[in-house]
Design a protein around this ligand. Structure first.
Ligand code: AMP
Ligand code: MG
Length: 420
């Protein structure tokens, strides 16, 4: 089944607002095994909406329409649908009752203007909206194409999708196969390195399909399995998942959307019963923020010091002033002293530090923007690592990469040391 999604709203085509609904709907359709072929966006102009609806309806068997169901003059979706089906708009008593009831629940009388939202193309089905005034419309027209119109307000649209649209799609027998997606997130390899070691997996037409995407230096494998049931789809994925785990094991940080180096570090600390303290300079608390965004972080994370100035590196962490003077704040020696200092002062098993030049200013030929030193202090000693993150990179990228590399390096170093 081929689907199209049409987003209606002048604010969308004028670039004032991003069409987030279409992406959400397309991913939900994909989960049901329905193939979205076309996205379209159009402003609040009746003849343009009608033209596009006709164009999409002639080429797809399902057209999802978002927006333009409000009570104002620029809400034209009902009218456009009626034009496509060549039927009049008539008042739907059940929808009118629902709109009145919604106002009554808010202790208000229904403004006369909202009555128009109960005007639906004749012969169509209203899709109830439990959260707002605009009912959706399910209309069959143009040689058995289904047009499904939903309000633009994202939370109303999503609730209606789950409660009303998906059951109707299933009822009609359009869900022939289930799609299951498995994500595997890696950190520490470049996208092309990963691709180079996975050519056999990413080849077009392979079953299950494997894609690679990169976001902020985290590389994600996306395995897509299909089958008549969810269990079949999982079974199709399993051998490929095993290959990826085997080939990329040490680099894997998580196997779900958003599970990244901070989760992997916390899990590693917890597994080994180790506590962590942070001394952050150029990352300004970013590592602490990412770690504390994970529920249960308190089981391993004690706290941290944002030691941005040299004075605080000395007063809060005990970094010797002469070390700062002779080696500079961005140096292997200072990174090590910061890590050892925070480990000691906060009484942690592991002290992790970051000091670097985030830019855009402050770089020199010897110490360019993007130069970062990491320090790690554990019971078995203090080590450091140098990163060169690229002097052309914006400050936010250098800070984020430094944070991610620091957490990933700490995780790997803890693992290796424990095996010794
Ligand atoms: P409408 O249903 O056209 O009255 O839109 C109601 C609200 O939802 C407005 O704030 C719109 O900007 C917003 N909206 C409409 N379409 C979308 C969309 N495709 N993505 C995100 N927001 C939208
Ligand atoms: Mg609108």
């Amino acid at each position: 089944m081929k689907a199209a999604i049409l987003a209606i709203g002048s604010e969308l085509v004028h670039g004032e607002k991003l069409d987030t609904n279409s992406q959400w709907m397309a991913s939900r359709l994909a989960d049901l095994g329905i193939d979205t072929r076309t996205f379209a966006e159009v402003g609040d102009d009746l003849s343009e909406i009608v033209d596009l609806l006709r164009y999409l309806g002639e080429r797809h068997s399902l057209v999802i329409v978002g927006g333009g169901l409000g009570p104002t003059q620029d809400d034209l979706t009902r009218e456009a649908l009626a034009a496509i089906a060549d039927v009049p708009l008539i008042e739907d008593p059940a929808s009118l009752d629902a709109i009145r009831a919604l106002f009554a629940r808010r202790n208000r009388d229904m403004p006369e203007r909202n009555r128009i939202q109960a005007q639906l193309p004749a012969g169509t089905e209203a899709i109830p909206n439990a959260l707002g005034t605009a009912p959706g419309v399910w209309m069959t027209a143009l040689d058995a194409t289904s047009f499904v119109a939903l309000p633009g307000v994202p939370y109303e649209m999503k609730a209606m999708w789950d409660a009303e649209v998906v059951p109707r799609i299933r009822q009609r027998g359009w869900v022939r196969s289930v799609i299951v997606r498995q994500i595997v997130n890696l950190f520490g390899l470049g996208e092309s390195e990963v691709e180079g070691q996975a050519m056999d997996l990413t080849v077009r037409g392979r079953v299950p399909e494997v894609g690679i995407t990169a976001s902020d230096a985290t590389i994600a494998f996306r395995i897509t399995g299909t089958g008549p049931t969810e269990a079949d789809a999982h079974a199709q994925i399993a051998p490929t998942l095993a290959i990826i785990r085997e080939r990329f094991g040490p680099y894997i940080v998580g196997e779900a959307e958003g599970i990244d180096v901070q989760h992997a570090l916390l899990a590693e600390l917890e597994r080994r019963g180790l506590s962590l303290a942070l001394a952050e300079s150029c990352t300004g608390g970013l590592i602490a923020e990412r770690i504390t965004s994970i529920p249960g972080a308190s089981r391993s994370f004690l706290g941290g010091v944002v030691s941005y100035s040299n004075a605080v590196k000395t007063s809060a962490l005990g970094v010797p002033p002469d070390l700062l003077a002779t080696r500079g704040a961005v140096s292997p020696e200072v990174a090590q002293a910061m890590a050892a200092g925070v480990r000691d002062r906060l009484g942690a098993d592991v002290g992790l530090s970051v000091t670097g030049i985030a830019g855009p200013g402050g770089g020199t030929p010897e110490k360019p923007v993007g130069l970062v030193y990491l320090g790690l202090a554990t019971a078995s000693g203090v080590v450091h690592r140098e990163l060169r993150l690229g002097s052309e990179q914006p400050r936010s990228v250098i800070q984020s990469r430094a944070a991610k590399h620091a957490m990933n390096w700490a995780r790997q170093t803890i693992q290796i040391r424990d095996q010794d």
